[in-house]
Design a protein around this ligand. Structure first.
Ligand SMILES: Nc1nc2c(ncn2[C@@H]2O[C@H](COP(=O)(O)OP(=O)(O)OP(=O)(O)O)[C@@H](O)[C@H]2O)c(=O)[nH]1
Ligand SMILES: [Mg+2]
Length: 302
């Protein structure tokens, strides 16, 4: 099997991801540490000192005024076919700079997907307000906005999770979903969709939520699908969901026919007229393990 990077070159698609602010840059470091492939990483922050230790090859020191870093941002993103913007909403940088960068990307006609987290309740009302403001101004400027509610992660991990573990889980959830989506875009041979389909679907879907499930052993795909569709992260009303992207990653023995029962699990839970796109990627590092990641949106009701 070709590596993702080879596939990328063949498809002539450039996928770039920019982490914005402290949380966003942490997610980028996590993805680099975990060998997420097929994506070129960038880190942007107003905290120039913190930026120096970041693992991304392209580092963009953001200015205090939105115009200060414009040239550098433009040259970093200009050749991207798909741009992911990743930030933790609630601070000043991620919440503010994301929409400035999204606006530039929009002017340049770059297909942009923002993925961000909403702060934990214990972070307080001020952060919640900053997050809401950031999310609202970002929403009109990106093709798709995918949100993860940090509070809901605690429902998965249970009560005795440390903050560090909770943020690791945020990073791993974001990382898995982005890798799943990237795999689908690049490996359309075994997918019900290609890049144009994904673009069209995401464009119309407005704000979306993530679900993720992993399992091993017999019936692992069905089990992982059940975990994903029941994920507390899917704070939307799943029964009203109209558009769903299902990215399945399995080991080298996973057959496309194994995928249908898992997709069926998802299908039964969502709106009867829902459009479901799915794809399978085989991963050498997955031994008797599968993962199902969902991007789910209730929009397109207009
Ligand atoms: N995924 C992730 N999220 C984090 C992490 N640390 C903080 N966050 C979340 O991201 C939100 C914003 O925090 P930061 O990213 O540090 O803030 P910033 O965007 O750099 O903004 P300022 O530092 O205020 O300029 C917080 O309210 C947290 O909910 C982290 O390590 N990983
Ligand atoms: Mg910061």
């Amino acid at each position: 099997m070709d590596s993702l990077d080879t596939k990328l070159a063949k498809k002539n698609l450039r996928i770039k991801l920019m982490g914005i602010g402290g949380g966003g840059c942490n997610t980028v470091d996590y993805m680099i540490d975990n060998h997420v492939s097929g994506i070129e990483f960038m880190a942007a922050n107003t905290d120039h000192e913190a930026l120096q230790d970041r693992k991304a090859t392209i580092k963009i020191p953001l200015g205090l005024k939105s115009t200060e870093s414009k040239g550098q941002i433009i040259s970093a993103i200009k050749d991207a076919d798909i741009l992911f913007l990743v930030a933790g909403f609630g601070g000043a940088t991620g919440s503010g700079a994301s929409s400035v960068i999204a606006e530039l990307a929009k002017e340049m006609g770059i297909f942009t997907i923002a993925i961000g987290t909403e702060p934990f309740s214990f972070e307080g009302k001020k952060r919640r307000q900053a997050a809401d403001d950031g999310i609202n101004s970002l929403n009109d400027r990106v093709d798709s906005l995918i949100l993860v509610a940090n509070d809901k992660l605690l429902e998965i991990t249970g009560g005795d999770t440390t903050i560090k573990e909770a943020f690791d889980m945020v990073n791993s959830t974001l990382s898995n979903s982005i890798q799943g989506l990237t795999n689908q875009i690049l490996c359309s041979a075994e997918s019900s969709l290609d890049f144009e389909d994904i673009k069209a679907l995401l464009k119309d879907s407005g704000m979306a939520r993530l679900g993720f499930g992993e399992a091993s052993g017999n019936d692992n795909l069905v089990h992982a699908a059940e975990i994903a569709i029941n994920s507390p992260l899917l704070t939307t009303d799943v029964a009203r969901a109209k558009t769903i992207i299902v990215s399945i990653t399995g080991d080298e023995d996973t057959k496309i026919s194994d995928v249908y029962p898992a997709v069926e699990i998802v299908k039964q839970k969502v709106h009867k007229d829902a459009q479901i796109l799915f794809g399978l990627t085989r991963d050498k590092t997955f031994k008797n393990k599968v993962s199902v990641s969902l991007i789910l949106s209730t929009a397109s009701e207009a």
